[in-house]
Each structure stands twice: as structure tokens, then as C-alpha cells.
Design a protein around this ligand. Structure first.
Ligand SMILES: [Ca+2]
Length: 506
């Protein structure tokens, strides 16, 4: 198993190794597929044409907020993940009716091409959501399949899906005494990936979008393609190898919404995985942060990284606090200083962190999914461009200040995100480093080495004074929620409450 994993390096890791070899050192962020990503629900982000639904034109007009060539008044991310943009009957679009088009409410393919070009100018890579486990029940393939079953004609599209003659859990009635598999919902019939024609369709879809200039894909429902884990891993290994042929440094990140024992094996496929076990209210980051156990957190980082590398030496950890299914962290982290600390903790962790839109300004949203996908709160005074909430959204507690106000305030949560990302950009080794915990004899301090740099966070509300021997002997920058300075003097590092520091190692 492990031998096979070593042969099967992730495609972008192979490209990264090449970059390192050419440059003779750590890769610059400008070339590396490893970067900070920002997850966007297009329908709630920014409305460019005034119909209340966010769209691609609107997103383009807000790209300078995400990153701009001058680095002025922007968050400073290097990549975006667009939740599904293909035509779909639902507001969330996780059930596709056409894999080769843009949903009309979001715009046109020309808008998408312009988005890619505008992102290129800003050094932003675009990955899009790819929903391959199932289609919409209104997809022409499924409609044709039902026709075939109804008429008893030769099966072509009926073999694109999983039809049986016996009822079973997760199966729904179809014509001619058949039942079809739909794991999530009756309107999301599961595709039959054992059918070579379906795999050929999948390959064509990947080729189409990489041809449009996307940097890669966020892969939906990774563990649901087959009921068997090994068959899933083999499928995604096939998919990753196929995509690497299309684009050498393609970035693929999969959703396995589960605990560590189920997430980690998928690294053998070569794709990156979202770090669900570290996310959310009950996740590793929040639990250790709330209990002030910095040493425990550093040990957890080291252990998780080691577990990933056992499956794939170049596996990439995609850590996050929240996503469109889980509710943002401001809903469970109340203390404003701890919100800032949480930001520093996940953004400075090696790999590719993902920021869910609105997380950076402290938006919340809980309960129904629609609440978690509410309109981005751009301004309290300027309503132009702000989208309507998705139909069905009920309660949305907005942050104390809107994005425009926070952009002008370095002391805001957004100001802190910008400072952390700017600090990280100065130390590109942080994107690819291997975490080694550095216990300093102070329980509240999370300290680790990541290649040629070290990171130290103070998880407590009291200042921490620690020996810096193992960390490094110079200060590469810091962030501090209280504004009090981090200092390094006479071999001791002083970290104010909830502050974080980066130290290059000579
Ligand atoms: Ca619109």
C-alpha cells in the first residue's frame, strides 16, 4: 500500500519539486501551486447586474479586494475556489445539468474567460467545484436513461447510472420497475463510474475546464463515488493521473467530510484533502485553542503531517475553520482576540489554507445551509452590489463592521487576516514545510519548525517568555491582537497574549 503511494506522487507536488530543483531553493509563491485559497459562493458574493444574485461580473469587480498587483487594500490570497458555476436547478448548484456551461444566473462562458484573465493579472489561481458523484435528475443523461427504461430500448444512458430491480436504501423508483441510486437526494442520481463511457465523459469535462484555464478542481463528495473506500481511492488516483496529463501542476483538493481515519487513506490517491478533523467547533484547532494547550496543538500538527506523508510524501494539508456546510468560526469563537489567533493558527500552517468568504470579517451563519451561505456583507452604507440571501435563509447575524469599514481599520479582524497573509508571503517556506513540534516547556505556546522557518503562537491571555534556541535567532515578523510587541532578546522570545511570530532559521 505504502509503496504504491510513493509511486503515486501528487501531480502538483511533482511540479513543485521541479520548481525547487530549478530555483535551487524554496519556491516563490508566484510559481507555486501551493497558496492561500478563498472559497466563494458566487451567488452570494457580489451582484454585478442588480438582479439580487451574485454573478461572475460582480466577482470580477471585487477581485481587487482579494488581491491586486499593488497589494493595496486587499486580503492577499493567491487562489480562489468557486462553488459550482455550472447550470443547475438549485440555488447551490451541487446538481449539474450541463458540465460545459455557466449557469445563466451567474453569467456567460465569456464572463468566465474574462474572470480567468483578470485573475491571471492578479496572480490568483482559480479552482472550480467539480461534482462528479451525481448529476441533476434533470441532466439530459438521466432523462435519456429514463426514456430508455420506459421504452425498453437499447441501454446506453441507463448504464450511466446505477439502476436495480430491487428497492434498497438510497434508491428511488424509476420506470419499468427499476430503482436508481441517489445517495444524497432523489434529485441527485449517482453516476456509474464503472462505465467506461462515464469515465470518458469525466475526462472530457476535466479537459474542457483545464482548457479554460482553471488551475484545478475542488472535488465534491469524494468518498461517495463507490461504497468501497479502496475503489474510491483507485478512482481518484485515476482522475489525478488523467488531470496531470492535462495540466502538469493541476491542484486537486477533495472533500472527505469525516474523521481522520477516513480522510487520511485518500492521500494515497495523490489528491490533497480538506482537513475536516481540524475544522469547526469540535475540531482540533478550536479545542486546543480554547483550552490554551499550545504544546498539544503543535504535537497534533506534527502527528497529522506525519500521517499524511505516510500515505503520500508530498501530500498537501488543506486546513480551514469553516466552509459552506459548517457555519463560520465567529459563531463559536466569541473573544475577538481569539478569532485573530485562530486566523494566525490556520493560515500559518504549512499547506493550503482555505478561507470561507466572510470568515475574514467575522460573519456568522448557523442552522439551515442557506444561512451559512448568506450575502457577503460588503458595506453598511453602500447597498449596490450586495446580493440577496439565498431563498430560505432565516437568521444571519452580521459582523460588527462591514468589509469596507474593516478594510480601513488595521485593528479589525480583516486587518489581522491581511497582516497574517502578508507575513506568510514573506516566508514562502511556510507553504511547503514539514511540521516538527518544538516543545519549549511552556504549555500555552504552540511552537513548531516548518523547514527553514519556525512559528510560535501564544494560546493564552498572559504574556509568554520562552527560550528561542530551537526556534531560530532572528524575528521574521509577528502579529499581535493586543498591539503589544513581540520581542526577541538575549535568547528569549516574548509573546504577548494570543500573539504569533515567525522566525527564520539560519
Ligand atoms: Ca446578478
Amino acid at each position: 500500500m505504502i509503496c504504491r503511494a510513493f509511486r503515486r506522487l501528487s501531480p502538483f507536488a511533482a511540479a513543485l519539486a521541479l520548481l525547487c530543483a530549478c530555483a535551487g531553493g524554496a519556491p516563490e509563491r508566484g510559481d507555486s501551486p501551493l497558496r492561500d485559497y478563498y472559497e466563494i459562493f458566487v451567488g452570494s458574493f457580489y451582484d454585478g447586474d442588480g438582479d439580487g444574485i451574485g454573478d461572475l461580473q460582480g466577482l470580477i469587480s471585487k477581485l481587487d479586494y482579494l488581491n491586486n498587483p499593488k497589494g493595496k487594500d486587499c486580503l492577499g490570497v493567491g487562489g480562489i475556489w468557486l462553488m459550482p458555476v455550472m447550470p443547475s436547478p438549485t440555488y447551490h448548484k451541487y446538481d449539474v445539468t450541463d458540465y460545459y456551461a455557466i449557469d445563466p444566473s451567474y453569467g456567460t462562458m465569456e464572463d468566465f474567460e474574462r474572470l480567468i484573465a483578470e485573475c491571471d493579472k492578479r496572480g490568483i489561481r482559480v479552482i472550480i467545484d467539480l461534482v462528479l458523484n451525481h448529476t441533476s435528475s434533470r441532466h439530459p443523461w438521466f432523462l435519456a436513461a429514463l426514456d430508455e427504461l420506459r421504452s425498453g430500448s437499447e441501454r446506453r444512458f441507463a448504464d450511466y447510472y446505477n439502476f436495480t430491480r430491487e428497492p434498497a436504501p438510497g434508491y428511488y423508483p424509476a420506470p419499468g420497475g427499476h430503482y436508481y441510486e441517489a445517495v444524497f437526494w432523489s434529485e441527485m442520481p449517482d453516476l456509474n463510474m464503472d462505465n467506461e463511457n462515464v469515465r470518458a465523459e469525466v475526462a472530457r469535462i476535466a479537459e474542457f475546464w483545464t482548457g479554460k484555464g482553471v488551475a484545478g478542481f475542488r472535488l465534491d463528495a469524494v468518498k461517495h463515488v463507490y461504497a468501497n473506500m479502496q475503489k474510491n481511492i483507485d478512482f481518484w488516483a485515476w482522475f489525478a493521473a488523467m488531470c496531470a496529463e492535462l495540466k502538469e501542476d493541476v491542484f486537486l483538493v477533495g472533500e472527505v467530510w469525516s474523521d481522520e481515519t477516513e480522510v487520511l487513506p485518500y492521500y494515497e490517491s495523490g489528491i490533497a484533502l480538506f482537513n475536516f478533523p481540524f475544522s469547526g467547533h469540535d475540531g482540533v484547532i478550536n479545542r486546543y485553542m480554547q483550552s490554551g494547550n499550545g504544546e498539544g496543538l503543535a504535537a497534533a500538527f506534527e502527528r497529522h503531517g506525519n500521517e499524511i506523508r505516510l500515505r503520500n510524501p508530498n501530500g498537501v494539508d488543506c486546513v480551514f475553520l469553516s466552509n459552506h456546510d459548517t457555519g463560520r468560526s465567529a459563531g463559536y469563537i466569541v473573544d475577538p482576540d481569539k478569532r485573530k489567533l485562530a486566523a494566525a493558527i490556520y493560515l500559518l500552517l504549512p499547506g493550503c489554507p482555505f478561507i470561507y468568504y466572510g470568515e475574514e470579517i467575522g460573519m456568522t451563519g448557523s442552522g439551515a445551509d442557506e444561512n451559512k451561505r448568506a450575502a457577503m456583507y460588503w458595506s453598511a452604507t453602500e447597498s449596490a452590489g450586495m446580493a440577496s440571501n439565498p431563498p430560505g435563509a432565516t437568521v444571519t447575524r452580521l459582523p460588527a463592521a462591514a468589509a469596507d469599514e474593516q478594510l480601513a481599520d488595521p485593528g479589525s479582524l480583516l486587518g489581522y487576516y491581511r497582516a497574517v497573509l502578508a507575513l506568510k508571503a514573506k516566508h514562502p517556506a511556510l507553504y511547503g514545510g514539514e511540521v516538527t513540534a518544538l516543545p519549549l516547556g511552556e504549555r500555552g505556546v504552540c511552537a513548531y519548525n516548518a523547514g527553514s522557518v519556525s512559528v510560535a503562537h501564544n494560546l493564552t491571555g498572559a504574556g509568554a517568555d520562552v527560550p528561542c534556541g530551537e526556534l531560530g535567532d532572528s524575528l521574521g515578523g509577528y502579529v499581535s491582537p493586543t498591539g503589544e510587541a513581540v520581542t526577541l532578546k538575549d535568547g528569549r522570545l516574548y509573546l504577548p497574549p494570543y500573539a504569533s511570530a515567525v522566525l527564520p532559521r539560519s
